[in-house]
Design a protein around this ligand. Structure first.
Ligand code: F6P
Length: 337
Protein backbone atom coordinates (compact mmCIF):
# COMPACT_ATOMS: atom_id res chain seq x y z
CA UNK A 1 0.00 0.00 0.00
CA UNK A 2 1.49 3.28 -1.06
CA UNK A 3 0.61 5.29 2.07
CA UNK A 4 2.30 2.71 4.31
CA UNK A 5 5.62 2.87 2.42
CA UNK A 6 8.51 4.47 4.32
CA UNK A 7 6.27 5.04 7.29
CA UNK A 8 7.57 6.69 10.42
CA UNK A 9 6.42 4.62 13.38
CA UNK A 10 6.62 5.95 16.94
CA UNK A 11 6.84 3.36 19.71
CA UNK A 12 6.34 3.96 23.42
CA UNK A 13 5.86 1.98 26.62
CA UNK A 14 3.41 3.38 29.13
CA UNK A 15 2.14 2.67 32.65
CA UNK A 16 3.83 0.07 34.85
CA UNK A 17 6.77 -1.61 33.15
CA UNK A 18 6.52 -5.31 32.39
CA UNK A 19 9.19 -7.91 31.54
CA UNK A 20 9.02 -8.54 27.81
CA UNK A 21 8.42 -4.92 26.83
CA UNK A 22 11.97 -4.78 25.50
CA UNK A 23 11.31 -7.78 23.28
CA UNK A 24 8.25 -5.97 21.88
CA UNK A 25 10.23 -2.75 21.26
CA UNK A 26 12.96 -4.75 19.54
CA UNK A 27 10.40 -6.48 17.34
CA UNK A 28 8.75 -3.20 16.32
CA UNK A 29 12.14 -1.73 15.42
CA UNK A 30 13.47 -4.75 13.52
CA UNK A 31 10.22 -5.54 11.71
CA UNK A 32 9.78 -1.86 10.87
CA UNK A 33 13.31 -1.50 9.50
CA UNK A 34 12.92 -4.71 7.53
CA UNK A 35 10.01 -3.06 5.73
CA UNK A 36 11.67 0.29 5.03
CA UNK A 37 10.02 2.13 7.91
CA UNK A 38 11.69 4.51 10.33
CA UNK A 39 11.10 3.86 14.02
CA UNK A 40 11.14 6.62 16.60
CA UNK A 41 11.64 5.44 20.17
CA UNK A 42 9.65 7.72 22.47
CA UNK A 43 10.97 7.96 26.03
CA UNK A 44 8.90 7.84 29.24
CA UNK A 45 5.59 6.95 27.63
CA UNK A 46 3.13 9.69 26.82
CA UNK A 47 5.15 12.14 28.92
CA UNK A 48 7.96 11.79 26.38
CA UNK A 49 5.54 12.21 23.51
CA UNK A 50 4.23 15.45 25.02
CA UNK A 51 7.77 16.65 25.59
CA UNK A 52 8.95 15.62 22.15
CA UNK A 53 11.49 13.33 23.79
CA UNK A 54 12.29 10.75 21.13
CA UNK A 55 15.00 9.51 18.81
CA UNK A 56 15.35 7.38 15.72
CA UNK A 57 16.20 3.76 16.58
CA UNK A 58 18.50 1.61 14.48
CA UNK A 59 18.73 -2.18 14.54
CA UNK A 60 21.81 -2.02 16.79
CA UNK A 61 19.98 0.15 19.34
CA UNK A 62 17.85 -2.85 20.25
CA UNK A 63 20.67 -5.40 20.38
CA UNK A 64 21.05 -7.34 23.62
CA UNK A 65 17.79 -6.17 25.14
CA UNK A 66 15.56 -9.20 24.62
CA UNK A 67 16.73 -10.77 27.87
CA UNK A 68 16.44 -7.59 29.92
CA UNK A 69 13.55 -6.69 32.20
CA UNK A 70 12.13 -3.17 32.36
CA UNK A 71 11.91 -1.04 29.24
CA UNK A 72 14.83 0.65 27.48
CA UNK A 73 12.45 3.47 26.55
CA UNK A 74 11.49 4.09 30.20
CA UNK A 75 7.86 4.46 31.15
CA UNK A 76 5.58 6.74 33.12
CA UNK A 77 1.99 7.26 34.16
CA UNK A 78 1.05 10.54 32.49
CA UNK A 79 -1.82 12.53 34.02
CA UNK A 80 -1.68 15.18 31.29
CA UNK A 81 -2.72 12.61 28.66
CA UNK A 82 -6.05 12.32 30.47
CA UNK A 83 -6.87 15.94 29.63
CA UNK A 84 -8.11 17.36 26.29
CA UNK A 85 -5.14 19.74 26.31
CA UNK A 86 -2.76 16.80 26.67
CA UNK A 87 -4.35 15.01 23.72
CA UNK A 88 -4.11 18.21 21.60
CA UNK A 89 -0.45 18.50 22.46
CA UNK A 90 0.23 14.84 21.65
CA UNK A 91 -1.49 15.14 18.26
CA UNK A 92 0.53 18.27 17.49
CA UNK A 93 3.82 16.54 18.36
CA UNK A 94 2.91 13.56 16.15
CA UNK A 95 2.30 15.96 13.26
CA UNK A 96 5.46 17.94 13.95
CA UNK A 97 7.64 14.81 14.09
CA UNK A 98 6.01 13.26 11.05
CA UNK A 99 4.77 10.25 13.00
CA UNK A 100 2.50 8.26 10.69
CA UNK A 101 1.58 5.68 13.29
CA UNK A 102 2.06 5.04 16.96
CA UNK A 103 2.61 1.67 18.66
CA UNK A 104 1.56 1.90 22.30
CA UNK A 105 2.68 -0.87 24.65
CA UNK A 106 0.85 -0.79 27.97
CA UNK A 107 -2.24 -1.66 29.96
CA UNK A 108 -5.84 -0.50 29.66
CA UNK A 109 -5.15 3.09 30.76
CA UNK A 110 -2.39 3.46 28.19
CA UNK A 111 -4.55 1.95 25.48
CA UNK A 112 -7.37 4.35 26.39
CA UNK A 113 -4.90 7.18 25.69
CA UNK A 114 -4.17 5.58 22.31
CA UNK A 115 -7.90 5.49 21.56
CA UNK A 116 -8.15 9.23 22.21
CA UNK A 117 -5.32 9.85 19.78
CA UNK A 118 -6.98 7.62 17.23
CA UNK A 119 -10.19 9.63 17.56
CA UNK A 120 -8.11 12.65 16.67
CA UNK A 121 -6.80 11.02 13.50
CA UNK A 122 -3.54 9.47 14.71
CA UNK A 123 -3.05 5.91 13.47
CA UNK A 124 -2.45 3.69 16.49
CA UNK A 125 -1.85 0.04 17.27
CA UNK A 126 -1.85 -1.15 20.87
CA UNK A 127 0.00 -4.05 22.44
CA UNK A 128 -1.21 -5.25 25.86
CA UNK A 129 1.67 -4.93 28.32
CA UNK A 130 0.98 -5.35 32.02
CA UNK A 131 1.87 -7.97 34.60
CA UNK A 132 -1.74 -7.80 35.88
CA UNK A 133 -3.44 -9.58 32.92
CA UNK A 134 -6.40 -7.33 33.63
CA UNK A 135 -7.56 -6.70 30.08
CA UNK A 136 -10.74 -8.24 28.77
CA UNK A 137 -9.72 -8.66 25.15
CA UNK A 138 -6.59 -10.80 25.43
CA UNK A 139 -5.74 -14.02 27.26
CA UNK A 140 -2.14 -12.88 27.47
CA UNK A 141 -0.45 -9.63 28.43
CA UNK A 142 3.28 -8.99 28.27
CA UNK A 143 4.92 -9.61 31.65
CA UNK A 144 2.31 -11.75 33.38
CA UNK A 145 4.21 -14.98 32.86
CA UNK A 146 7.47 -13.58 34.22
CA UNK A 147 5.74 -11.95 37.18
CA UNK A 148 4.00 -15.18 38.13
CA UNK A 149 7.21 -17.18 37.83
CA UNK A 150 9.13 -14.66 39.93
CA UNK A 151 6.42 -14.71 42.58
CA UNK A 152 6.20 -18.51 42.60
CA UNK A 153 9.96 -18.76 43.11
CA UNK A 154 9.74 -16.35 46.05
CA UNK A 155 6.72 -18.13 47.55
CA UNK A 156 8.47 -21.52 47.39
CA UNK A 157 11.30 -19.99 49.41
CA UNK A 158 8.92 -18.48 51.93
CA UNK A 159 7.18 -21.82 52.27
CA UNK A 160 10.47 -23.53 53.22
CA UNK A 161 11.12 -21.23 56.13
CA UNK A 162 7.45 -21.17 57.07
CA UNK A 163 7.44 -24.98 57.32
CA UNK A 164 10.58 -25.01 59.45
CA UNK A 165 8.93 -22.71 61.95
CA UNK A 166 5.48 -24.25 61.60
CA UNK A 167 4.05 -20.88 60.79
CA UNK A 168 1.19 -19.56 58.78
CA UNK A 169 2.36 -17.34 55.91
CA UNK A 170 0.52 -14.68 54.02
CA UNK A 171 2.15 -13.67 50.76
CA UNK A 172 0.74 -10.58 49.07
CA UNK A 173 1.13 -10.43 45.31
CA UNK A 174 0.52 -7.62 42.83
CA UNK A 175 -2.31 -7.28 40.34
CA UNK A 176 -3.97 -3.99 41.27
CA UNK A 177 -7.70 -4.86 41.45
CA UNK A 178 -7.31 -8.14 39.58
CA UNK A 179 -6.65 -11.56 41.10
CA UNK A 180 -5.00 -13.32 38.15
CA UNK A 181 -1.49 -13.28 39.62
CA UNK A 182 -2.81 -14.44 42.99
CA UNK A 183 -4.85 -17.26 41.49
CA UNK A 184 -1.98 -18.54 39.37
CA UNK A 185 0.49 -18.27 42.24
CA UNK A 186 -1.94 -20.00 44.57
CA UNK A 187 -2.47 -22.93 42.22
CA UNK A 188 1.24 -23.16 41.35
CA UNK A 189 2.34 -23.27 44.97
CA UNK A 190 -0.51 -25.34 46.35
CA UNK A 191 -1.63 -22.60 48.71
CA UNK A 192 -4.24 -23.44 51.31
CA UNK A 193 -6.12 -20.18 50.74
CA UNK A 194 -6.22 -17.76 47.84
CA UNK A 195 -7.80 -14.38 48.47
CA UNK A 196 -8.83 -12.33 45.46
CA UNK A 197 -10.94 -9.18 45.45
CA UNK A 198 -13.27 -10.70 42.84
CA UNK A 199 -14.37 -13.38 45.34
CA UNK A 200 -13.48 -12.20 48.81
CA UNK A 201 -16.27 -10.92 51.00
CA UNK A 202 -14.08 -10.02 53.96
CA UNK A 203 -15.33 -12.88 56.14
CA UNK A 204 -12.25 -14.53 57.61
CA UNK A 205 -14.06 -17.01 59.84
CA UNK A 206 -13.86 -20.04 57.50
CA UNK A 207 -10.18 -19.39 56.84
CA UNK A 208 -9.47 -19.07 60.57
CA UNK A 209 -11.19 -22.43 61.16
CA UNK A 210 -9.06 -24.01 58.44
CA UNK A 211 -5.87 -22.63 59.98
CA UNK A 212 -6.83 -23.95 63.42
CA UNK A 213 -7.79 -27.26 61.87
CA UNK A 214 -4.62 -27.76 59.85
CA UNK A 215 -2.53 -26.76 62.87
CA UNK A 216 -4.36 -29.32 64.98
CA UNK A 217 -3.68 -31.98 62.35
CA UNK A 218 0.03 -31.24 62.63
CA UNK A 219 0.45 -29.58 59.26
CA UNK A 220 3.78 -27.77 59.22
CA UNK A 221 2.57 -24.68 57.41
CA UNK A 222 -0.44 -22.85 56.10
CA UNK A 223 0.05 -20.70 53.03
CA UNK A 224 -2.29 -17.87 52.11
CA UNK A 225 -1.85 -15.97 48.83
CA UNK A 226 -3.41 -12.56 49.19
CA UNK A 227 -4.07 -10.38 46.15
CA UNK A 228 -3.06 -6.74 46.39
CA UNK A 229 -6.69 -5.80 45.72
CA UNK A 230 -7.73 -7.47 49.00
CA UNK A 231 -4.95 -5.70 50.81
CA UNK A 232 -3.60 -5.26 54.28
CA UNK A 233 -1.67 -8.46 54.75
CA UNK A 234 0.19 -7.19 57.82
CA UNK A 235 -3.02 -6.51 59.73
CA UNK A 236 -4.42 -9.83 58.55
CA UNK A 237 -1.39 -11.64 59.95
CA UNK A 238 -1.90 -10.02 63.33
CA UNK A 239 -5.57 -10.97 63.37
CA UNK A 240 -4.82 -14.58 62.40
CA UNK A 241 -2.20 -14.94 65.11
CA UNK A 242 -4.46 -13.37 67.73
CA UNK A 243 -7.47 -15.50 66.76
CA UNK A 244 -5.79 -18.87 66.17
CA UNK A 245 -2.62 -18.74 68.26
CA UNK A 246 -0.66 -19.85 65.16
CA UNK A 247 2.44 -17.77 64.58
CA UNK A 248 1.82 -15.83 61.35
CA UNK A 249 4.02 -13.72 59.11
CA UNK A 250 3.13 -11.60 56.10
CA UNK A 251 5.38 -10.85 53.14
CA UNK A 252 4.53 -8.30 50.49
CA UNK A 253 6.43 -9.30 47.36
CA UNK A 254 6.02 -5.90 45.70
CA UNK A 255 8.15 -4.74 42.80
CA UNK A 256 10.41 -7.80 42.62
CA UNK A 257 7.53 -9.33 40.64
CA UNK A 258 7.80 -6.67 37.96
CA UNK A 259 11.54 -6.88 37.35
CA UNK A 260 13.95 -9.47 36.07
CA UNK A 261 14.69 -11.25 32.85
CA UNK A 262 11.53 -12.19 30.94
CA UNK A 263 10.58 -15.84 30.54
CA UNK A 264 10.88 -17.46 27.11
CA UNK A 265 7.10 -17.20 26.76
CA UNK A 266 7.13 -13.46 27.43
CA UNK A 267 10.01 -12.96 25.00
CA UNK A 268 8.39 -14.95 22.21
CA UNK A 269 4.86 -13.62 22.65
CA UNK A 270 6.07 -10.03 22.98
CA UNK A 271 8.23 -10.45 19.85
CA UNK A 272 5.25 -11.85 17.96
CA UNK A 273 3.01 -9.02 19.07
CA UNK A 274 5.61 -6.38 18.17
CA UNK A 275 6.03 -7.78 14.66
CA UNK A 276 2.29 -8.12 14.22
CA UNK A 277 1.75 -4.49 15.22
CA UNK A 278 4.01 -3.42 12.35
CA UNK A 279 2.36 -5.85 9.92
CA UNK A 280 -1.05 -4.45 10.81
CA UNK A 281 0.20 -0.94 10.06
CA UNK A 282 1.73 -2.08 6.78
CA UNK A 283 -1.67 -3.47 5.82
CA UNK A 284 -3.04 0.04 6.27
CA UNK A 285 -5.15 -0.77 9.33
CA UNK A 286 -5.85 1.84 12.02
CA UNK A 287 -7.12 1.84 15.59
CA UNK A 288 -6.18 -1.78 16.29
CA UNK A 289 -4.83 -3.72 19.20
CA UNK A 290 -2.91 -6.99 19.11
CA UNK A 291 -4.43 -9.75 21.20
CA UNK A 292 -3.93 -13.39 22.05
CA UNK A 293 -7.31 -15.10 21.98
CA UNK A 294 -8.46 -18.69 21.69
CA UNK A 295 -4.91 -19.91 21.30
CA UNK A 296 -3.76 -17.53 18.58
CA UNK A 297 -2.57 -13.99 17.86
CA UNK A 298 -4.88 -11.57 16.10
CA UNK A 299 -5.63 -7.87 15.77
CA UNK A 300 -8.93 -6.39 16.88
CA UNK A 301 -10.58 -3.00 16.88
CA UNK A 302 -9.26 -0.91 19.76
CA UNK A 303 -12.69 0.49 20.72
CA UNK A 304 -14.17 -2.98 20.83
CA UNK A 305 -11.20 -4.22 22.82
CA UNK A 306 -11.55 -1.53 25.46
CA UNK A 307 -15.28 -2.18 25.59
CA UNK A 308 -14.49 -5.80 26.45
CA UNK A 309 -12.19 -4.63 29.21
CA UNK A 310 -14.87 -2.52 30.81
CA UNK A 311 -17.18 -5.53 31.12
CA UNK A 312 -16.87 -8.62 33.29
CA UNK A 313 -14.34 -10.22 30.90
CA UNK A 314 -11.40 -9.13 33.02
CA UNK A 315 -12.39 -11.46 35.85
CA UNK A 316 -10.46 -14.51 36.92
CA UNK A 317 -11.11 -17.84 35.25
CA UNK A 318 -14.08 -19.43 37.00
CA UNK A 319 -12.98 -23.00 36.43
CA UNK A 320 -9.49 -22.30 37.74
CA UNK A 321 -11.02 -20.64 40.75
CA UNK A 322 -13.16 -23.69 41.38
CA UNK A 323 -10.27 -26.14 41.09
CA UNK A 324 -8.08 -23.96 43.28
CA UNK A 325 -10.58 -24.72 46.04
CA UNK A 326 -10.51 -28.50 45.48
CA UNK A 327 -6.72 -28.56 45.11
CA UNK A 328 -6.05 -26.91 48.44
CA UNK A 329 -5.39 -29.16 51.40
CA UNK A 330 -8.84 -29.10 52.85
CA UNK A 331 -9.32 -32.82 53.49
CA UNK A 332 -12.29 -34.39 51.86
CA UNK A 333 -14.64 -36.19 54.25
CA UNK A 334 -13.34 -39.52 52.94
CA UNK A 335 -9.73 -38.70 53.85
CA UNK A 336 -10.49 -37.29 57.25
CA UNK A 337 -9.05 -39.61 59.87
O1 F6P B 1 -0.04 -2.47 36.84
C1 F6P B 1 1.10 -3.09 37.31
C2 F6P B 1 1.25 -2.83 38.79
O2 F6P B 1 2.47 -3.40 39.20
C3 F6P B 1 0.11 -3.28 39.66
O3 F6P B 1 0.15 -4.65 39.94
C4 F6P B 1 0.30 -2.41 40.86
O4 F6P B 1 -0.91 -2.20 41.55
C5 F6P B 1 0.77 -1.11 40.25
O5 F6P B 1 1.34 -1.44 39.00
C6 F6P B 1 1.79 -0.35 41.05
O6 F6P B 1 2.01 0.85 40.40
P1 F6P B 1 3.23 1.82 40.66
O7 F6P B 1 4.40 1.30 39.91
O8 F6P B 1 2.76 3.13 40.10
O9 F6P B 1 3.46 1.84 42.13
Amino acid sequence: MSETKNMTIGVLTSGGDAPGMNAAIRAVVRQGLAHDCRVLGIRKGYAGLLNNDMRMLKARDVSDIISRGGTILSTARCKEMRTPEGIDKAVAVCEKRGIDALVVIGGDGSLAGARELSRRGVTVVGIPGTIDLDVGFSDYTIGFDTAVNAAVDAIDRIRDTSSSHERCSIVEVMGRHAGHIALWCGIATGAENILVAEKYDGDESAMLDEIRDSHKRGKSHHLIINAEGVGDSMAMAQRIEAETGVETRATILGYMQRGGSPTARDRVYASTMGCMAVDVLLEGKKNRVIAYRDGGFCDIDLDEALEMSSSENTGIDEYQWKISRSLSTRYSKKDTP
